[in-house]
Design a protein around this ligand. Structure first.
Ligand code: F6P
Length: 364
């Protein structure tokens, strides 16, 4: 543990509940257990390129365990390998990896803990190849990072989806409507699946399971025949209309994932209403799923991840990401995580359980 003197920590990509808990665990473990100074990099990789790096003391991170968001700020645009200078976007993305490495060295850092999803971790892997000793920590409400059973932030987001489904249940029931609830999750269906099962969704549509509109509408009608005059449909934002393309609200050129999905739920509600004649409404949960205090499970997982990331750095174990496998926190090579996405297996136990309690995936 002795050689390391200074460790940096940054949060990249979309925020999610539990980021502060990881920062706290990294800084406290560094200063308390390892006698290492900790530094925070502001706004993800932007702060590394622009040299916004500041000391973080044990006291600085006291009291942030339960706070949502990230005290360091974050960005999902600032990759040093395709950096768009704020205010100079017209000149296009520039390779600023050299500045990032130079600023890392100028701050006297010996290691960098990068907390992020697949985009942030892919950049981390490339920075590792440029000579920065990296330890990654898997975060995202999408739960799509490879080589870990789960990411922190997912449990909280799934709970928010379940709470929303509960609330929308009563209004759907009162008005005898179909209520379509659109979740985030990008190109994988974990959030819609777990939140939908927890909330008792009648129909769950995820990108990994092809569906037909006839089957979705038949499931709604069948409920009606059994006296259920309302239906709850949970749809992931990454579901495409049959034969169509992703529904997006925005394109962000300078981002790792350029398409900002959103809006498929509104299309589905309109289509169900047209096909069944049953009044339908859509609710897009959006960024609500990323806000607020983390669940107990996420606080604990984030604390364990932060502690183990710091311990790996102190052991000199770099080019790795901490991961949960079974009940154990372990570490995996970053190269196996970079540019990788973990989808839902359509045959997994979760899907089977949902089917057994009568949930339709629109493929019957
Ligand atoms: O990756 C997390 C996530 O919340 C996705 O579920 C969603 O598609 C995306 O980020 C939204 O990004 P932004 O905050 O840039 O709109």
């Amino acid at each position: 543990m002795a050689q390391l003197k200074r460790v940096g920590v940054l949060t990249g990509g979309g925020d999610c509940p539990g980021l502060n808990a990881v920062i706290r665990a990294v800084v406290k473990t560094a200063t308390r257990d390892c006698g290492i100074e900790a530094y925070g990099v502001e706004d993800g990789y932007e702060g590394l390129v622009e040299d916004r790096i500041r000391p973080l003391s044990y006291d600085d991170v006291s009291g942030i365990l339960t706070a949502g968001g990230t005290v360091l700020g974050t960005s999902n645009r600032g990759s040093p390998f395709g950096y768009c200078e704020p205010g100079m976007e017209e000149q296009g993305p520039q390779d600023r990896a050299e500045s990032a490495v130079a600023n890392f060295r100028k701050a006297g850092l010996d290691a960098l803990v990068c907390i992020g999803g697949d985009g942030t971790l892919s950049v981390a892997h490339r920075l590792g190849q440029q000579g920065i000793p990296i330890v990654g920590v898997p975060k995202t409400i999408d739960n799509d990072v490879c080589e870990t059973d789960v990411t922190f932030g997912f449990d909280t987001a799934a709970q928010i989806v379940a709470d929303a489904v509960d609330r929308l249940h009563t209004t759907a029931q009162s008005h005898h409507r179909v209520m379509v609830i659109e979740t985030m999750g990008r190109y994988v269906g974990w959030l819609a699946l777990v939140g939908g099962i927890a909330g008792g969704g009648d129909i769950i549509l995820i990108p990994e399971i092809p569906y037909s509109l006839q089957s979705v509408c038949e499931a709604v009608r069948e409920r009606g025949r059994r006296g259920r005059r309302f239906s709850i449909v949970v749809i992931s934002e990454g579901v495409r209309p049959p034969g169509g393309d992703y529904v997006a609200r925005q394109r962000v050129e300078e981002s790792h994932e350029q398409l900002r999905l959103g809006g498929v739920g509104v299309w589905l509600a309109r289509t169900i209403e047209e096909m069944t004649g049953i009044e339908s409404r859509a609710a897009v949960l959006g960024h609500l799923q990323r806000g607020g205090t983390p669940t107990a499970r996420d606080r604990v997982l984030a604390t364990q991840f932060g502690r183990e990331a710091m311990a790996a750095a102190a052991r000199g174990e770099f080019g790795v990401m901490v991961a949960l496998k079974g009940n154990q926190i372990t570490s995996v090579p970053l190269e196996k995580v970079a540019e990788c996405r973990r989808p839902v297996d359509p045959e997994c136990q979760l899907v089977r359980a949902a089917r057994s309690v009568g949930t339709s995936f629109g493929d019957d």
